[in-house]
Design a protein around this ligand. Structure first.
Ligand code: NAP
Length: 253
């Protein structure tokens, strides 16, 4: 069973579905943004929607009896990961965490690392007047609710419209990666962005904005990942995860 919602999960599912004798069930949160996963056309099965907490996941795992669980959810999807860790431990099912490495600052970067979204919202007004916020549609509400942010010209980029109502001077840009350096430079210039806000998501699909900010000398508020969990096994790439699944499924057969 593969907990998905990321590019890595899609890639791993595609590769594993070619393995004879291996059946993959991908689990998605069931939000609109999962549509691409459904369209991926992989032969593997997809289940959708929350399990109902760690207890619900235990029930599902008992009923479906997967040999292995791979948690390939996004680095900021802390709740589902905590549930996977607890549920797999309770049933003794081998569990792998597939997580892309965090981004690393390079020479010329002006990064301000913060521990969470609330701190980023506190900091952003000290850093610029025209921020571009690229943290997804759910948590951007912290910026919308912040008193100082209502005096800023916010630009918010997300795949789907934000859940919360944006303040009047907000431009919502709907777009889905991967993004190119040329495109990111054009966007930052067009909207005269003077500070970028991002989660430390890692990966290549959305990395170009960091490069563009460096080229333009812009500060970047980087929200740190949630604290790491005590995973029994971790893979930093799809290739490593593929190896782990093949080794462990061979042992199981
Ligand atoms: P979250 O806060 O960790 O999860 C909230 C709840 O959503 C979970 O407790 C679970 O409900 C359900 N859920 C989440 N992922 C699920 C999955 N793969 N399969 C079944 N149920 C799932 O997660 P989130 O940050 O809202 O992210 C939701 C999904 O979007 C994840 O699959 C993640 O990989 C993807 N995603 C997240 C981000 C991000 O920045 N957070 C970015 C890109 C993609 P129950 O407790 O009822 O089981």
């Amino acid at each position: 069973m593969l907990l998905g919602g990321t590019a890595e999960a899609r890639e791993l599912a595609g590769l594993l579905s070619a393995d004879v004798g291996l059946r993959v069930v991908t689990s998605l949160a069931g939000r609109l943004s999962d549509a691409r996963d459904a369209a991926a056309g992989n032969a593997e099965a997809v289940r959708r929607g929350g399990f109902g907490g760690a207890d619900g996941m235990v029930d599902w795992l008992r009923a479906s009896a997967p040999a292995l669980v791979v948690d390939a959810t996004h680095p900021f999807a802390a709740q589902i990961s905590a549930h996977a860790l607890a549920a797999a431990a309770r049933l003794g099912i081998p569990l792998l965490r597939l997580q892309r490495p965090p981004w690393r600052a390079e020479a010329g970067d002006r990064w301000l690392r913060v521990p969470d979204v609330a701190t980023a919202a506190d900091l952003v007004a000290d850093t610029g007047r025209r921020p571009l916020i690229t943290i997804g549609r759910q948590q951007v509400a912290a910026f919308f609710a912040h008193s100082i942010c209502s005096s800023l010209d916010l630009a918010v980029r997300c795949v789907e419209p934000p859940d919360a109502t944006p303040p009047p001077r907000t431009t919502v840009l709907l777009a889905r990666g991967p993004f190119t350096l040329a495109g990111e430079l054009a966007l930052l210039r067009q909207h005269r962005i003077d500070v970028l806000v991002t989660k430390d998501s890692g990966g290549d699909d959305t990395r170009a904005k960091l490069h563009a900010a460096r080229e333009l000398g812009l500060p970047v508020v980087v929200i740190d990942r949630p604290p790491p969990l005590a995973w029994p096994a971790v893979a930093g790439s799809v290739t490593e995860a593929l190896r782990w699944v093949r080794e462990h499924s061979a042992a199981d057969r």
